[in-house]
Design a protein around this ligand. Sequence first.
Ligand code: AHR
Length: 501
Amino acid sequence: LPVSLTVDPAFRVGPVRRRTFGSFVEHLGRCVYTGIHDPGHPTADEDGFRGDVIALTRELGISTVRYPGGNFVSGYRWEDGIGPRDQRPTRLDVAWHSSDPNLVGVDEFMRWTKKSGTEAMMAVNLGTRGIQEAMDLLEYCNVPGGTRLSDLRRANGAPDPYRVTMWCLGNEMDGPWQLGQMSAYEYGRLAARTAAGMRMIDPNIELVACGSSGVVMPTFGEWERIVLQEAYEQVDYISAHAYYWEEDGDLGSFLASAVDMDHFVESVTATADSVRAHKKVAKRVHISFDEWNVWYQDRAESRPPTGDDWPVAPVLLEDRYNVADAVVVGNLLISLLRHTDRVHSASLAQLVNAIAPIMTEPGGRSWRQTIFHPFAQASAFASGEVLRVAIEAPTYETAKFGDVPVADAVATWDAETGALALFAVNRSTTDTVEMTVDVRSLPGLTRVVDATSLSNPDHTWQATADDSTSVLPRTNPSVKLDSGTLTVEVPPVSWNTVRLG
Ligand code: AHR
């Protein structure tokens, strides 16, 4: 199938933001315990953190890490997780029907971010708690000293304030599954008052109000409008959460999931701007897409334990990803990048074991899932400015989104280094796409640095602990650059990168 792309520095959307490449560590299943934290592991350090997971986190190119939830945060008492470990209580985690021994808390997590070279994005509990507890946690984290809670942090081994910048005001407060679910108006008021209190402690923080848990929520759109009507002046971001999976064998719609993400971002942007117009203010509220991924919610692994069984770190949400899932993840990254003017932060949910690019065996091996690779490549190669790519492509029909183009792409252009990176997917399940890319408006580009494709004749191939390397991004030998025209053949169901210099 022939596809024509045009890349032009005039199609600038905005800067590549490092925070687009964030992730998420929740006290959920084996994400924390036996995920990032596994004291008996051969690579564990003095805090019990797995060195192999830290190395993989660095390789993945993660920027921010949202913590400690997720649904978990709506019942969390942060004070349980500080001080001597042997005195910390084990608590029910009602969100995931588990027990939490509180061996990892805010101080351990902050040490982990330092070791992994990431930035903490903290969430406060607005489900069962409120303004005071949010302010207490902020005082503990960001006040240098001389007060009860800042001195407690110092006594707990952190003389310098953590100076956490990004704070989420609760989690998915629109969801009936959420502890303390509220109406949009109730939440908007609480978010505004909590934000105002927190800013009185630290005016430098950036605050995220909860948006909708998904576009399918019955309150989608209205929720954002009402929450922002109440909290526009006090917050910097509104969140968006989206998970996709192949439903009933409809691979065509699944591969086009980025169409839905585009719609999500554009709808929330329009809503935020409409509140802005109504309020007659200059400030813009941006989007924190702080949960996104492929998640097979209908699989048994997604169902928490029941009854009297409240296990510590059960196997939960441990999806195994295939090649098609990786192509979708790559396409979702393309969507996030092309909306860099309004999506200022994003978090791949999650980092380890629970719907994650990194898997571990307790005390044993760790490995990369298929979705690891598009994320790592995009994080490593995207730099400078994001350029929207003009695409002329044949379409195919989907049950969910109507006719969609067989290919999707975005580019980044670093004027300082003269590097162009093109990220593209082929959504066709049967045909190779012959891409012709017009790069004549970037005459300095003279050579192909590299071109890779991630694909497999069997798109259901999954990485395992025994074989995680048979399918990787491989050099694409078909690439050619001639007088400002790049050509490359990309296989069916593939994620592709081309770098020019
Ligand atoms: O990421 C898994 C869960 O999905 C999170 O806890 C919740 O916020 C969302 O529903």
